[in-house]
Ligand binder design. Structure first.
Ligand code: NAP
Length: 295
C-alpha cells in the first residue's frame, strides 16, 4: 500500500520516521516545506510531495497529523482534487467529533474511507512507536491497515463508528488535565517544603500515585524545562472541544470542574507567552501559590 504522511510536527515527524524505517512510507508533505526537506534528506527514499493534491493522487493510505479542526479541513480540502476512490485517510490529529463525522461523510461521497484515529502517549510514544490509538470509522478498513499501524502503536482499539475515536480522545484529554493539575500542584508543594525533588519523584512515582506524566515530565518541570512535548495551546484547544461536548451532554450550564479550571490556567499561561511550552508549564502557576508576600 503506497503510504504518505501529512504534518511533520512534534508528533507527525517521529510517526512518519517510524513508517520510513519500516520501509512503508512513500511520500510526505508539510505546510512549512523546510520540515519536509529535512525529513526526506534523513529518510531516503521517501519523497517530498509538491502539493497535498499530488500526494493524494499518488498514495492509497494517507496519515494526517495537524493541529486543529480548521487545519484538518484545510488539508483535506487541498487534497480533494487528487483523491482516488479506495484511498484510506487516517487522521491522528485531535479534533472534534463533529469535524471527523462531517469529513468522513464528505469523503465517503468520493469513495474515500476516513478513520478518526487520535493517539495518546506523547512525543516519547511517537518516537518509540508505542502510541495508543483509538479508532472510529469502518472496522474492516481498520483491520486492513493494522499491519501498517503496528509500526506506530502498541495498542489500537476500535471504538465504533465515525467520531468514536475522537470521543474517546476527549476522555483522555480530561484525564490528562486532571493529572497535570495533580502532579504540578503536588510537586510545587514538595518544593515549598524543601524536599529533595528527585527523591520525591522517584518514591512517589513508584507508589499508588505514580503515573506517565510524573515519570516523563516530573524531572524536567522541576528543573525549569518546559520544551514541548505537548503544547499548552493544543491541550487548551482539546479542552475547549470537551467543554463544547459537555454542553450537548448535560442540561443547563454545568461545566466540568477540571476542564473549566484548566482552561482558565492555560489561558493565563498563553497570555503570559507560554502557549508553545509543554503543558507541564502549569507548574509555573502552581509555584506562585507558595510565594511569600513581600513587605
Ligand atoms: P505541532 O508540533 O504544533 O505540529 C503541528 C503540525 O500541523 C505541523 O506539521 C504544522 O505544519 C501542521 N499544520 C498546522 N496547521 C496546518 C494547516 N492549516 N495546514 C497544514 N498543516 C498544518 O503539534 P503536535 O504536537 O505534533 O500535534 C499535532 C496533533 O496531534 C494535534 O492535534 C495534537 O492535539 C495532537 N497530539 C499531540 C500530542 C503531543 O504530545 N504533542 C499527543 C497526542 C496528540 P507547520 O510545520 O507548517 O507549522
Amino acid at each position: 500500500m503506497k503510504t504518505a504522511f501529512i504534518g511533520l510536527g512534534a508528533m507527525g515527524r517521529p510517526m512518519a520516521a517510524n513508517l520510513a524505517r519500516a520501509g512503508c512510507l512513500h511520500q510526505v508533505w508539510n505546510r512549512s516545506s523546510e520540515k519536509a526537506v529535512t525529513f526526506v534528506a534523513a529518510h531516503k527514499p521517501v519523497a517530498m510531495a509538491a502539493t497535498p493534491a499530488g500526494l493524494a493522487q499518488d498514495n492509497e493510505l494517507i496519515f494526517t497529523c495537524v493541529s486543529a479542526d480548521k487545519d484538518l479541513r484545510e488539508v483535506i480540502g487541498a487534497m480533494q482534487h487528487g483523491l482516488q476512490p479506495g484511498t484510506v485517510i487516517v487522521d491522528t490529529s485531535t479534533v472534534s467529533v463533529d469535524t471527523s463525522r462531517e469529513l468522513a461523510r464528505a469523503l465517503a461521497g468520493l469513495g474515500v474511507e476516513f478513520l478518526d484515529a487520535p493517539v495518546s502517549g506523547g512525543v516519547e510514544g511517537a518516537i518509540n512507536g508505542t502510541l495508543s490509538m483509538m479508532v472510529g470509522g469502518d472496522e474492516g478498513t481498520l483491520d486492513r491497515i493494522r499491519p501498517v499501524l503496528q509500526h506506530l502503536t502498541t495498542r489500537v482499539v476500535y471504538m465504533g463508528p465515525s467520531g468514536c475515536g475522537q470521543a474517546t480522545k476527549a476522555v483522555n484529554q480530561i484525564m490528562a488535565a486532571g493529572i497535570n493539575q495533580a502532579v504540578t500542584e503536588a510537586l510545587a508543594f514538595a518544593e515549598a517544603m524543601d524536599l529533595d525533588m528527585d527523591r520525591v519523584i522517584d518514591v512517589v512515582g513508584g507508589g499508588a500515585a505514580g503515573n506517565w506524566f510524573l515519570q516523563h515530565r516530573g524531572a524536567t518541570m522541576t528543573q525549569d524545562s518546559f520544551d514541548p512535548g505537548f503544547k499548552v495551546a493544543l491541550h487548551h484547544k482539546d479542552l475547549g472541544l470537551c467543554k463544547a461536548m459537555m454542553k450537548t451532554l448535560a442540561q443547563g450550564d454545568k461545566g466540568l470542574p477540571i476542564v473549566e479550571m484548566t482552561l482558565i490556567h492555560y489561558q493565563r499561561l498563553m497570555e503570559e507567552g507560554f502557549a508553545d511550552e509543554d503543558i507541564s508549564a502549569l507548574y509555573r502557576l502552581k509555584r506562585r501559590l507558595f510565594e511569600k508576600d513581600e513587605g
